[in-house]
Write a protein that binds this ligand. Structure first.
Ligand code: AMP
Ligand code: MN
Ligand code: MN
Ligand code: MN
Length: 287
């Protein structure tokens, strides 16, 4: 059994660790395959690759290998969802253009947040958020800024009160269309994976439709192992997987070291008989 984690973040999106720290953590957890899948960015991945190859030159080669990943926010008929592109070729221009465009949309969304906060007589959230960001602007950075400005006691409250699904401030964003994202991932030689299917605010019925739609648009795999997914829900996802002949994937969606239940490499197991993205990419990655 290969020890892997196919969903993780660095500080280039809304993770806390640098790519170097993430690599060290993966090595300390004895992972053999790690996908860095930052929101709309591959910068962390490039830095991680450079660091790992330097490290391997200096000390005994580690068994860790990196898998190129990205987590795209996409628009569907069922609202915004996340697609992980795995084992992508970073030289593929279509996908890199989407990433650039999504980063710009995120900046524009932040400016709209500033306007909406201004209407509540709250000023300076845009700059405070940018001060927390390295590259990609996410709502996690907005939450951090709200905490620093003492408008919320912690990130959770910032989401609940202001920027979460039920918060006071909503800024709809015109993310890339599902079909376009899948095509670009395929053009880059990657696999398109529906991330954490049960984490969207959808009824079971709508989620079934979303998964059908994902299949029709060319989706390759669904995540069936991530923290907080109950065995019942995993069994349900595995039925849907079988119906549509998807591959499966799994990962911790690691953001912060202090959340033990979401630590790197920590997520429910998947029965080894089920066709897994690892079977496809294990032989393809550069070692
Ligand atoms: P964005 O893609 O900029 O809208 O930000 C979404 C990110 O915010 C997700 O990837 C999560 O890491 C984080 N997030 C979303 N909802 C919550 C929440 N209720 N509490 C804490 N973090 C959240
Ligand atoms: Mn995130
Ligand atoms: Mn996600
Ligand atoms: Mn994620």
């Amino acid at each position: 059994m290969t020890a892997y984690d196919f969903h993780s973040h660095t500080h280039y999106s809304d993770g806390i660790l640098s790519p170097q720290e993430l690599i060290e953590r993966a090595i300390s957890k004895n992972l053999q395959l790690l996908a860095i899948s930052d929101h709309d960015s591959v910068t962390g991945l490039l830095e991680a690759r450079a660091y790992l190859s330097q490290r391997n030159k200096q000390s005994n080669s580690q068994p860790l290998n990196l898998v190129n990943g990205v987590e795209l926010s996409v628009q569907t008929d069922f609202g915004e969802v996340h697609i992980v592109g795995l084992n992508i070729n970073l030289g593929q221009s279509e996908l890199m253009e989407i990433i650039q465009s999504q980063q710009l949309k995120r900046r524009q969304r932040l400016a709209r947040f500033e306007e909406k906060f201004n209407q509540l007589n709250i000023y300076g959230i845009e700059q405070a958020t940018l001060d927390c960001c390295k590259e990609v602007v996410t709502r996690s950075h907005l939450a951090r800024a709200l905490v620093l400005m003492q408008l919320a006691k912690d990130n959770q409250q910032a989401f609940k009160k202001y920027i979460g699904k039920k918060g006071r401030i909503k800024v709809p964003t015109d993310w890339v269309a599902l079909e376009t994202a899948i095509k670009a991932i395929h053009a880059a030689g990657g696999l398109a994976i529906l991330a954490h299917p049960t984490r969207y605010p959808l009824s079971n019925r709508k989620l079934v439709y979303l998964i059908e739609d994902f299949k029709q648009q060319g989706g390759d795999a669904i995540e069936v192992a991530y923290p907080s997914l109950s065995p019942d829900k995993q069994a349900w996802l595995l039925q849907l997987r079988q119906k549509h002949d998807f591959l499966v994937s799994g990962g911790s969606d690691f953001h912060y070291p202090d959340l033990k239940w979401m630590d790197l490499g920590r997520f429910p197991r998947i029965d080894s008989n089920i066709p897994h993205v690892i079977d496809i990419i294990k032989d393809k990655i550069a070692v």
